[in-house]
Design a protein around this ligand. Structure first.
Ligand code: DUC
Ligand code: ZN
Ligand code: ZN
Length: 463
């Protein structure tokens, strides 16, 4: 009798450090053996010719997040995590948004009510702190960090979300006391407001003006300021969704000074540009920060290759295009100002990076695994339970066909949005099986299990 519940046989295992051929033995949801030949097992998955990698961890997704009056996200936890699983992910990290006046605990209770029992992959919430009262910072954040909610995002822009510099300092200081990881959306809100008003007064209301009113200096200045505030507070900081070279240079300079500043970029900054907002359905590609130009794409690739970016996330933030409050008719108003900011991407993140990165010789297989899984686990306190293939780790695994050619299109995706920004994009390399804690969730393009994803409490990330 086999000592394993499942054996993944004869695949090529890829971790952040190695590539080797071996079998994987799984028992009770964990990896318990890695060896040349683990023998017969009634449940054997043949992985010959496939890559066997840690399942993707997408540490930046938005699901069911309130997004302004009447605006509803296109994904709930069922559809978002189904889409994640089909895209080769085994864990996603959505944001739990705190409304002004709301306690973090109430916000979490609401999100858990939506998520629990409805997820197809594991989830672990970041918090969004929008109301940093003394109670929130002094009581709630530290208590929640002890309970495994060990990261939170701050915004420097958006009405109702943005924090002042002083509030950011106070919130970062709470992160330091509680050992949680601080993340920040870095764009200068006053500059955006000024440029947006000017654009509208000149009658410039088309989607493309979303990009021109959030130019690179808006992001560069805020990135510099955020890093300075983190230096003053003495905390590590993750700069999320970095879109261009000048913001990257701020990160590099900070690191050269010895600061613990980490960078995240996303598929949209590698394969879209601002020109994708200047098309008849340009609203589909409105996100913040906006995609830039070809030179910025080159810069972001350099950041990926050279290690300025530790994290490659989707920033999946899906809205429907055709809805009455969707991206085409934002609340019935004409200006780009009202177009919900965000695009879907949780299912296409891995194929795009694999095809454009590994397939085109820009990054190694190991770097692919680091950028899509291992570094996320390390950054946010999930490692070594998740993010690697090792004895004792959760059997969160993706089987990947490196030769499979697909054309990305709305028809083949599983998200709740009614479009993909990557329509027609050709990729080589596609996930063929996704396993979460030993259970096959997606196989050969079919959902193979009911919603067995769980919320995962995390360790404090350290430095
Ligand atoms: N920030 C995000 O992180 N996601 C979508 C929109 C935004 O501004
Ligand atoms: Zn953001
Ligand atoms: Zn986001």
């Amino acid at each position: 009798m086999s000592p394993y519940d499942t054996v993944i046989r004869a695949g090529t295992i890829v971790t952040a450090s190695d590539t080797f051929d071996a079998d994987i033995g799984i028992r009770a949801g964990r990896i318990v053996a890695i060896a040349e030949d683990l023998g017969d097992c009634p449940d054997t998955i043949d992985a010959a010719g496939l890559l066997v990698m840690p399942g993707g961890i997408d540490s930046h997704v938005h699901i069911s997040q309130p997004s302004g009056e009447g605006v509803v996200m296109a994904d709930d936890f069922d559809s978002a995590t189904r889409s994640a699983a089909f895209g080769g992910n085994t864990t996603v990290m959505p944001f739990c948004f705190q409304d002004k006046g709301q306690s973090l605990r109430d916000a979490l209770a609401w999100y858990h009510g939506l998520a629990d029992g409805n997820c197809h992959v594991d989830v672990s919430f970041h918090l969004i702190v929008s109301d940093p009262t003394p109670h929130v910072l002094g009581q709630e954040l530290p208590a929640l960090a002890e309970e495994g909610y060990t990261s939170f995002k701050m915004f420097m822009t958006y009405e109702g979300l943005k924090l002042t510099d002083r509030e950011i300092l106070e919130t970062m200081t709470a992160a330091k006391r509680s050992g949680a990881r601080a993340m920040i959306h870095a764009e200068n809100d006053d500059a955006i407001g000024f440029l947006r008003d000017q654009a509208e007064m000149a009658g410039n209301t088309a989607p493309r003006f979303h990009a021109t009113t959030r130019p690179i200096p808006v992001e560069r200045e805020a990135t510099h300021r955020a890093i300075s505030l983190a230096e003053i507070a003495g905390v590590p900081l993750v700069i999320v969704h970095v879109s261009n070279r000048e913001a990257m240079e701020e990160i590099s300079r900070a690191r050269a000074r010895g600061l613990k500043v980490y960078g995240e970029t996303c598929p949209q900054y590698l394969v879209l540009t601002a020109e994708d907002l200047d098309i008849p359905e340009g609203a589909k590609n409105v996100c913040s920060p906006p995609p830039r130009d070809k030179a910025s794409q080159v810069a972001c690739w350099e950041g990926i290759e050279q290690g300025i970016f530790d994290l490659f996330s989707s920033d999946h933030c899906p809205f429907r295009y055709e809805d009455t409050s969707g991206k085409k008719h934002p609340k019935g108003r004409q200006s780009f100002r009202w177009i919900p900011n965000g695009i879907p991407g949780v299912e296409t993140r891995l194929p795009i990076l694999f095809s454009e990165g590994v397939g085109k010789g820009r990054i190694s297989l190991q770097r692919f695994v680091s950028l899509t899984s291992t570094n996320h686990a390390r950054q946010y306190g999930l490692y070594p339970r998740k993010g690697t293939i090792a004895i004792g780790a959760d059997a969160d695994i993706v089987l990947w066909d490196p030769e499979q050619e697909r054309t990305i299109s709305q028809d083949i995706l599983h998200h709740g949005a009614d479009y993909t920004p990557y329509e027609g994009f050709k990729v080589t390399g596609w996930p063929v099986l996704t396993m979460v804690r030993g259970q096959t969730v997606v196989k050969d393009g079919t959902l193979a299990a009911s919603a067995t994803g769980l919320h995962v409490a995390r360790e404090k990330p350290g430095d």
